[in-house]
Design a protein around this ligand. Structure first.
Ligand SMILES: *[C@@H]1O[C@H](CO)[C@@H](O)[C@H](O)[C@H]1NC(C)=O
Ligand SMILES: *[C@@H]1O[C@H](CO)[C@@H](O)[C@H](O)[C@H]1NC(C)=O
Ligand SMILES: *[C@@H]1O[C@H](CO)[C@@H](O)[C@H](O)[C@H]1NC(C)=O
Ligand SMILES: *[C@@H]1O[C@H](CO)[C@@H](O)[C@H](O)[C@H]1NC(C)=O
Length: 476
């Protein structure tokens, strides 16, 4: 191989940096990695988190500077993880006690065809504020997701403890069919956000419909979901909101969602995105659908706070989440991947960032998300990549601006060197290269990369993650 040429190509690097980070012996065994722009897979919508169930309220209790710091950690594309999707909870509760998400119609208007009696407090448990701050930082994908309809619209008269929406198959109520009223309610929620200059792009009307629990929850089979979607779709159209994508159905696990797809067939044209969580089964293979698929909720819910990128390879480690995202995106064709909570109080790993009094502590899970989200931007297309060293997983993407992002996760204990060349497309020839590193001592930090003859050379530390961003100069 052309070792000398490579070194010659890298002389512009400061010698000290060069000497410290490039080891000739390992460089000789560096793997030739080829990105194939012509080998195209799914389009990426992004990566995200939620501040539902009053976690946004917790964030709002921080001092102003810590609020801004936290919002930057989550959404900034220069100082943070650059998350590009925010998932909000549409309230169904009659009150705000505990962590309840309050409904925009806490009391029944009387019946399904009574004039609605909506109430908007301009806060939505501080989720509107988080949304506006996310938008300021470049977030364009806001997923509003109801856990349940209000209790008076359901068979059990309660927004918690399961029950079904009155009017869907097998769910008849003496009060009547509430499907149209629920669709109107969701449309009204979108309009309140629009008035506050926040465009909700995706709408979900149920969360974990395969789980009955003592917080907001509503049961739904696939065919019951279809019974509602056939009302919701036309309702959005009539409100000139057909650009809002309908997501379904945020099941507890990947395989339960896969098994609902058949029953959603009759409303396939109204559905935009298939959504599933990772709790009862995580993404492993593609779902049988033409729609984009998002993994919309995953977390190490109960593990005690763990901030490291790698400690023991456990459920809270950053590298575990780097790999979870990889599996969803590369093996299971996911277009979106969301952690459960962005920032929250308490001592578990259920969030990416811990709030403790006025102290804000990001975990490496956040930076693992950042290694993807900062550089694999909405609209990017996943493309082929071959030749990663053993023990290193790699995925490649071409962004809308034509830049190429190549993600490397090294689960082994020692550094691996890679030499990356981009092929296919209309003769892409890298003319600038940047590298970003997260490991136990770096947080999406600038890392060394050299470029020679269109080939980028970089080192991926053991138990580390590196994202390369390659650009070619525009023809002048
Ligand atoms: C929404 O944007 C308009 C136009 O820029 C502005 O006049 C209005 O004050 C904004 N409303 C809110 C709630 O931010
Ligand atoms: C939807 O848009 C059409 C055409 O612009 C307009 O005539 C109609 O009034 C709008 N409807 C609503 C509910 O905003
Ligand atoms: C991956 O998802 C896309 C939609 O985003 C779909 O068109 C494609 O068929 C899926 N691929 C596989 C292998 O399932
Ligand atoms: C890519 O650009 C380099 C100079 O930056 C040049 O040496 C090389 O020949 C080019 N490769 C192709 C395939 O155009």
């Amino acid at each position: 191989m052309s070792l000398l040429l490579l070194i010659t190509g890298a002389v512009s690097l400061p010698l000290a940096v060069f000497g410290r980070t490039i080891n000739l012996e390992t460089r000789q065994s560096g793997s030739a990695v080829t990105v194939s722009l012509d080998q195209k897979y799914q389009t990426i919508d992004g990566f995200g988190c939620s501040e539902a169930f009053q976690r946004a309220v917790q964030m709002s209790k921080l001092s102003e500077s810590q609020q801004q710091y936290t919002l930057d950690l989550l959404f900034s594309q220069t100082n943070g993880a650059g998350l590009s999707i925010l998932r909000n909870g549409i309230g169904s509760s009659p009150d705000m006690s505990s962590d309840h998400m309050v409904s925009i119609q806490p009391k029944s208007p009387g019946g399904p065809s009574s004039t609605p009696n909506y109430v908007w407090d301009g806060s939505d448990n501080k989720q509107l504020w988080v949304s506006q701050e996310a938008v300021k930082r470049g977030v364009r994908t806001i997923y509003a997701n109801a856990w349940s309809a209000p209790g008076y619209m359901k068979t059990n008269g309660n927004d918690a403890n399961g029950g079904s929406l009155c009017g869907v198959g097998g769910a008849s109520c003496s009060s009547g069919d509430w499907r149209q009223a629920y669709a109107d309610y969701l449309v009204q929620y979108i309009k309140y956000y629009l008035e506050a200059n926040v465009t909700i792009t995706h709408l979900g009307f149920v969360n974990e419909p395969d789980l009955t629990t003592n917080y907001a929850s509503m049961r739904s089979s696939g065919s019951q979901a279809a019974d509602f979607i056939k009302v919701l779709g036309p309702t959005l159209e009539k409100a000139n909101l057909s650009s809002v994508s309908i997501n379904c159905c945020d099941t507890e696990g990947w395989s339960s969602q896969a098994s609902m797809l058949g029953q959603l067939g009759s409303v396939d044209n109204f559905i935009s995105t298939i959504t599933a969580h990772s709790y009862t089964s995580s993404p492993s293979s593609p779902m049988n659908t033409r729609h984009r698929v998002w993994q919309t909720e995953a977390a190490d819910l109960n593990g005690q706070w763990q901030g490291a990128f790698y400690s023991s390879g456990g459920a809270g480690d950053g590298i575990t989440w780097a790999n979870n995202i990889y599996t969803a995106v590369v093996n299971a064709n996911a277009s979106g991947y969301l952690y459960w909570i962005g920032a929250q109080t308490g001592s578990t790993n259920s969030k990416l960032i811990r709030i403790d009094g006025d102290k804000v502590t990001p975990s490496k899970r956040l930076w693992a998300f950042g290694q993807w989200s900062r550089f694999v931007r909405p609209g990017a297309i996943r493309v082929g990549v071959q030749g990663a060293p053993s023990g290193v997983r790699t995925a490649a993407f071409q962004n809308v601006d034509s830049s190429v992002a190549v993600v490397f996760i090294n689960s082994g204990g020692s550094a691996a060197n890679v030499q990356v060349k981009v092929g296919g497309g209309s003769g892409f020839n890298s003319s600038t290269a940047a590298a970003y590193l997260t490991d136990n001592s770096h947080d999406v930090s600038d890392s060394t990369v050299s470029l020679s003859g269109g080939t980028a050379s970089a080192s991926v530390p053991g138990r580390g993650m590196v994202t390369l961003v390659l650009k070619q100069e525009e023809a002048t």
